[in-house]
Design a protein around this ligand. Structure first.
Ligand SMILES: Nc1ncnc2c1ncn2[C@@H]1O[C@H](COP(=O)(O)OP(=O)(O)OP(=O)(O)O)[C@@H](O)[C@H]1O
Ligand SMILES: [Mg+2]
Length: 342
């Protein structure tokens, strides 16, 4: 019996309860790091929802807190420096921010999986591919025998597009190309049939053609399994291709959130507008320089008072010296922004 059916969470509601559209709700999450130079707040009052069967994109420049947000969700923050200071992460309505390590291990194993940017760091270099996939099946199907593990491993490797999968099972990670390694990571992440897959920049280390193939594969697998995906990227072009809803982060805060079409049609935050104007469009002549937002994401040790984007914002005013709150742009369209001037 799959562990998904056999789970016994005393505090965990039933899987897929009817009518529960939001699988995961992140509410006012604050994640901090204790560093030699003091405590920094990498994720500051972040809220968003992951809907059943949908792909949520989290976008923002490097250092905005995308990975820290996802590591907070699966509780794999670097210890002891990083910790969730406050807020809630409701998984099927149950707060998991204080769940015991054993329970989190079960959740990670059978409900929430994650794939990372560089599969070489996530795969074990000294174990063959077959063994690494087999481990997942062994863990999640109690009493499963060797033949069944072999059969399931071959099947899932074939599904993620690995040719000659039986032979590949006997190889080590370094014998595979980057794209193939990422496919193996996807296979491992999917082996436990997760409700949510967190994909943290899963294609940035790959070349463009392979990138497109992996994105297509992830979309297909999402449709097939009905799982939800949190897709993290710094590329709004990828967001447009993949996602249903978008969260735009800047310096640890959510600055704008909306369904993908709405965000592209009607971006409101100057940061979102800046990101959008820097996407390479197909009709852009090669030699035209793309607009990039001037300046850099501020250091968490030295954040500006008020709106964190104001030093780079072309529209900043005096009022921006106070912190804007997130407000509704259009309740009906589920569009929210954190900016004084919109
Ligand atoms: N282990 C750590 N110790 C101290 N600070 C950290 C640690 N990890 C992350 N941070 C801080 O949190 C901030 C956000 O980091 P995070 O990795 O979430 O950024 P990101 O949005 O994922 O960026 P990228 O696109 O480069 O992956 C960083 O700028 C850094 O200041
Ligand atoms: Mg990251």
């Amino acid at each position: 019996m799959p562990l998904n059916d056999a789970l016994d969470f005393k505090t965990m509601p039933k899987k897929n309860p009817a009518g529960r559209e939001n699988i995961l709700q992140v509410k006012n999450l604050v994640t901090t790091f204790d560093t030699e130079a003091g405590r920094i707040c990498a994720v500051d009052d972040v809220s968003f929802e992951v809907k059943k069967g949908k792909i949520l994109g989290i976008v923002g420049e490097s250092g905005c807190g995308k990975s820290v947000t996802s590591l907070s969700i699966i509780r794999l923050l670097p210890k002891p420096a990083g910790f969730i200071e406050s807020g809630q992460i409701l998984f099927y309505g149950t707060d998991i921010t204080r769940a015991e390590p054993k329970k989190m291990h079960q959740i990670r194993g059978s409900h929430i999986s994650m794939i990372f940017q560089e599969p070489m760091t996530a795969l074990n270099p000294v174990h063959k591919i077959g063994r690494q996939i087999g481990e997942v099946f062994k863990l999640h199907y109690s009493g499963i025998n060797k033949d069944k593990i072999q059969e399931k491993s071959i099947k899932i490797l074939e599904r993620v597009g690995i040719p000659d999968s039986e032979k590949r099972m006997g190889e080590y990670p370094h014998q595979l190309s980057g794209g193939m390694r990422q496919r193996v990571m996807i296979a491992i992440a999917l082996a436990c049939k997760p409700d949510i897959l967190i994909a943290d920049e899963p294609t940035t280390a790959l070349d463009v053609t392979i990138q497109a193939q992996i994105l297509e594969l992830m979309k297909d697998l999402q449709r097939e399994t009905g799982m939800s995906i949190i897709f993290i990227t710094h590329d709004l072009g990828v967001i447009a291709e993949m996602c249903d809803d978008v969260v735009v982060m800047y310096a640890g805060k959510v600055v704008e959130t909306a369904p993908v079409k709405e965000l592209f049609k009607n971006p409101r935050h100057p940061y979102t507008k800046g990101l959008l104007s820097s996407i390479l469009r197909l009709d852009t002549p090669r030699k035209i320089k793309l607009n990039v937002i001037e300046g850099m994401v501020p250091s968490l040790y030295d954040l500006p008072v008020g709106c964190r984007f104001r030093n780079r914002c072309p529209e900043a005013q005096v009022i921006c010296e106070t912190q804007p709150l997130i407000k509704s742009v259009d309740e009906g369209k589920k569009h929210f922004v954190s900016c004084h001037i919109v």
